[in-house]
Design a protein around this ligand. Structure first.
Ligand SMILES: Cc1ncc(CN)c(N)n1
Length: 221
């Protein structure tokens, strides 16, 4: 049986659940996440996304054909043209401009996650890199759809409704589907030993995602 993205989730079930069902996520859906936690998270996420855009640029550099190059370009564009606009808009509401955002010190969780992905991409191949990136793009797409189905989620009067709407929206969902399709096609060609290596990368990235939510809740630096 060829491996698929779902097998990565299956093998890393505990880490994936801890990430996707984190208290931060539930509080976002319920609209009762403390404002300072969201602000801290979103400002760090701005810094995070800049490094993730660099990681997609690294994927472009490591691409061997036009299809891989296009996939990397689409991932990069999803960050630059879809996600970062939301972050900049929220921060503008809080009176924080982009220059001030760029000067913020990175938290340890931001440093750990972004540098892990970049290091994985540098020392590994294109599949290592995309597997390290996949919890980010595919995970947020799944989280947003999951939130829309939860009885505790409310959108009316929820200050985080624009966040949910962006990640549940067509553009981001399509980018995540494309990423999943690319990963599925590549996983179908790997053997069990190689798959084990990829599970290790995926599991580490999923744990670092959970740490990132926790950093927001704890206002950790
Ligand atoms: C930490 C984190 N992980 C994932 C995403 C979705 N690209 C994000 N914006 N931030």
């Amino acid at each position: 049986m060829p491996f698929r993205f779902g097998d990565l989730k299956q093998r890393s079930r505990a880490s994936w659940e801890a990430y996707c069902r984190h208290d931060f996520v539930r509080a976002l859906g319920a609209g009762d996440l403390p404002g300072p936690a969201f602000r801290h998270y979103l400002q760090q996420d701005y810094l995070f996304l800049i490094h993730f855009a660099r990681a997609f640029a690294l994927a472009a550099y490591k691409s061997r054909d036009l299809a891989d190059l296009r996939r990397a370009g689409d991932g990069l564009r999803a960050i630059l043209d879809v996600e970062l606009d939301l972050h900049v808009a929220y921060c503008r509401e809080w009176g924080i401009d982009e220059a001030a955002l760029a000067r913020l010190p990175e938290s340890r969780a931001t440093l750990a996650y972004t540098r892990y992905v970049l290091d994985t991409g540098n020392r590994g191949d294109l599949l290592d890199l995309h597997v390290a990136l996949s919890p980010c793009m595919i995970g947020y797409a799944e989280i947003a759809l999951w939130l829309l189905e939860q009885p505790f989620t409310r959108l009316d009067g929820n200050p985080y409704a624009p966040w949910i709407a962006m990640y549940a929206g067509d553009e981001f969902q399509q980018a995540a589907r494309d990423e999943r399709e690319w990963v599925d096609a590549r996983l179908a060609r790997v053997d069990a030993a190689r798959f084990d290596e990829l599970v290790e990368i995926f599991d580490a990235a999923a744990r670092l995602e959970a740490d990132f939510w926790q950093m927001g809740l704890d206002l950790a630096d």
